[in-house]
Design a binder for this molecule. Structure first.
Ligand SMILES: NC(=O)c1ccc[n+]([C@@H]2O[C@H](COP(=O)([O-])OP(=O)(O)OC[C@H]3O[C@@H](n4cnc5c(N)ncnc54)[C@H](O)[C@@H]3O)[C@@H](O)[C@H]2O)c1
Length: 631
């Protein structure tokens, strides 16, 4: 970063001279117009002249209109010039009449001089603007004026790239006060980031380029807000890691996306440890074709496993995984269209391929759907998991990782309960050859069927956006970040661990909707926001931990260990098998009551107390009593 002044001294001299000539000319013209094209009272005129020039130059300086970028003066710049001229006239009048006691100059001269001064100063600016535009057009090179946000290394690289392009960097904005008025590769730092709208209008900027790869989501949100206020298109450079590779090029400039705004600074991806844990092993991913499963597959194949078994019941998404995500992979990959609740087939797969590691992401995840499909939710997310863990243990697997969710904390939905039961199962299993652990985290951005794609579709079709509740908040994490942290957690987790990813601050869904509207280039007023009310099983806000859980650190800053006293495996397995028997009855009240017995924090109250529950069978009554003692 150079620390020279914005313009060279000779240039400042020309600006000073041009301003002074315009101001003198305005006073002479006013005199001529007032006195019928004669110049009477020459001594009065000549004594007023230096005072007028001094006052006007000082006011122009105060209004920051002494810079030399006149050719970029737009409507905003002219309006500031008008204000400065008016204020200068007031000061000139006050100095002449009040301080100097000079009463001889008629009022009309003050008015005429003010008008003429504005016209001449504005004339210089607009004239230069036309001249340079004509010259550019004549040379056949029309370069789009751009402002760059950030005055660091990335901006310097970008400026060099712009030199070879049809863009011209007019200036930079940066919040570091020490950089103000300095130059980076010859381009001046014109102000702070909050001055973007004013500068963009004043300098007729065609596009704003954000060159702060280290910016956090919150910082980017603030910058894009200013860009939107400026009413100018904007693009950003990608993240820090790509830049340090030295790959700054114009083609890398892209639109700011939601991941940029809600994503956090990515934790150090300790890929070496993950690689050591996976290299040369046979890895299975269930739910491989889903949002999290497919990213797991993408990141796992980079670690060089001996074989990857992708299991999913959905055939077309599995085909897409093969064709689009893993197409160039060198690793041997088996795509198996299998339902994980088909225990026999799963057992076969595990034995046939000697699977060592399982990442279990297959599940039903939609709260309202699972609420109406209790049995299916339990069958898939609980009993399917129970049988799979047992089959994996019998097949001599070594590691089993369950993907869990913050909906498992104090669940208000059956879906949340199924995930909690999964966590309890993983945590309670007695240590054997197979290490079992669960990783819990909040919503991932843009997963299939999640709120963001739904909002985007509603905005695209110009329908109203439906928000459940104005105060509803959720934790968000990007899919690559969540999966990277899951893999890192896999390297540090011990048997029975429930590991929780740090998630940053929760985001209000209403704010998310508004951000998406603005990012789509529309005004908030263009799309109506309708509140649909909370659906059964939904919560206003999610939590990452139970109150009873002790939060212990792990070697990874982004991963915490949640420690709690949970029922022992014999009790839990007995209750789960009871639940399985009850589930066949498909009596929702009975099922929910049983779930509440296993998860006392389940936020559900029976509408009608189910008296038949305890009298259902004497066996259950006995089992409940026994289990309660163990809690
Ligand atoms: N999406 C999120 O925001 C989020 C956040 C935290 C945790 N999770 C958890 O991660 C897991 C995966 O979520 P996702 O967003 O990737 O969901 P998704 O619906 O995109 O993917 C789930 C995949 O599992 C498959 N599947 C479901 N049941 C199956 C079965 N019986 N046999 C074989 N395949 C089956 C589906 O076909 C689908 O491809 C879920 O357990 C979810 O609770 C999701």
């Amino acid at each position: 970063m150079q620390t020279k002044k914005v313009l060279p001294r000779w240039c400042m001299g020309i600006i000073f001279l041009a301003h002074s000539i315009a101001i003198c000319a305005a006073l002479f013209m006013a005199w001529l117009l007032r006195f019928d094209f004669t110049l009477p009272y020459p001594r009065l005129l000549l004594s007023a002249l230096p005072i007028l020039v001094t006052v006007r130059l000082a006011v122009l300086y105060c209004y920051k209109l002494s810079h030399g970028y006149w050719r970029y003066t737009g409507i905003g710049g002219l309006s500031r010039l008008m204000q400065a001229t008016f204020f200068g006239s007031l000061v000139f009048f006050a100095v002449m009449r009040g301080v100097g006691g000079i009463q001889g100059i008629p009022y009309s001269i003050y008015v005429l001089e003010g008008i003429l001064a504005f016209l001449s100063l504005a004339g210089i600016r607009r004239g230069l603007r036309r001249f340079f535009r004509a010259r550019r057009l004549h040379s056949g090179l029309v370069r789009l004026p751009v402002l760059i946000v950030g005055a660091g290394v990335a901006a310097a690289r970008l400026i060099r790239e712009l030199e070879k392009s049809n863009y011209i960097a007019i200036g930079l904005v940066d919040d570091d006060p020490q950089k103000l008025d300095a130059k980076l590769c010859g381009v001046p730092v014109l102000g702070s980031i909050d001055q973007l709208p004013r500068l963009a209008r004043a300098l007729c900027i065609g596009e704003i380029l954000i060159a702060i790869p280290s910016a956090t989501g919150v910082e980017l949100l603030r910058i894009t807000d200013f860009c939107q206020q400026a009413g100018v298109p904007f693009r950003t450079l990608p993240g820090l890691m790509e830049l340090t590779d030295g790959r700054v090029s114009l083609s890398e400039l892209r639109n700011v996306n939601l991941e940029d705004l809600l994503g956090r600074e990515l934790a150090n991806p300790q890929t070496e440890d993950v690689q050591t844990m996976l290299i040369g092993r046979v890895v299975m991913v269930t739910g491989a074709a889903g949002s999290i499963g497919s990213e797991l597959c993408r990141q796992i194949v980079r670690c060089g496993p001996m074989k990857l078994i992708c299991v999913d019941q959905a055939e077309t998404p599995l085909f897409n995984l093969q064709q689009h995500v893993l197409i160039n992979s060198k690793v041997e990959i088996i795509y198996s269209v299998t339902d994980i609740t088909d225990t026999e087939r799963m057992r076969q797969l595990l034995l046939e391929h000697n699977v060592c590691v399982i990442f279990h992401a297959a599940a039903y995840k939609h709260v309202p759907i699972t609420e109406d499909n209790l049995y299916e939710g339990l069958k898939n997310n609980v009993f399917g998991l129970l049988d799979l863990v047992e089959a994996a243990e019998q097949a001599q697997c070594e590691d089993f990782l369950l993907i869990s969710t913050d909906k498992a904390v104090k669940p208000s939905s059956v879906m949340g309960c199924t995930k909690r039961l999964g966590e309890m199962m993983i945590s309670a299993r007695e240590p054997a050859r197979m290490r079992c652990l669960a990783v819990r985290f909040g919503n991932v951005l843009g997963s299939q069927g999640s709120v963001i794609p739904v909002f985007q579709e509603q905005i695209r079709t110009r329908r109203c956006i439906t928000v459940t509740h104005p105060e509803m908040t959720r934790y968000f994490i990007t899919i690559p970040e969540a999966v990277s942290l899951v893999l890192q957690a896999f390297t540090v987790g011990e048997h029975g661990d429930i590991l929780v990813l740090k998630m940053g601050r929760p985001v209000r869904i209403l704010d998310l909707a508004k951000t998406l509207i603005r990012m789509s280039g529309k005004e908030e007023s263009e799309i109506e926001i309708v509140y649909s009310g909370m659906r059964p099983g939904e919560k206003l806000y999610e939590e990452l931990f139970y109150d009873s859980e002790v939060r212990l650190p792990t070697p990874l800053a982004e991963v915490m260990r949640a420690q709690d006293s949970l029922p022992a495996w014999p009790v839990l397995s007995c209750r789960l098998r009871e639940l399985q028997v009850l589930a066949y009855d498909k009596n929702p009240n009975l099922i929910r009551a049983k779930i509440k017995q296993i998860i006392p924090t389940y936020q559900w109250e029976p509408e009608v107390p189910p008296p038949e529950m305890l009298s259902h069978t004497a066996v259950f009554a006995e089992a409940f009593k026994l289990a309660d003692q163990d809690y």
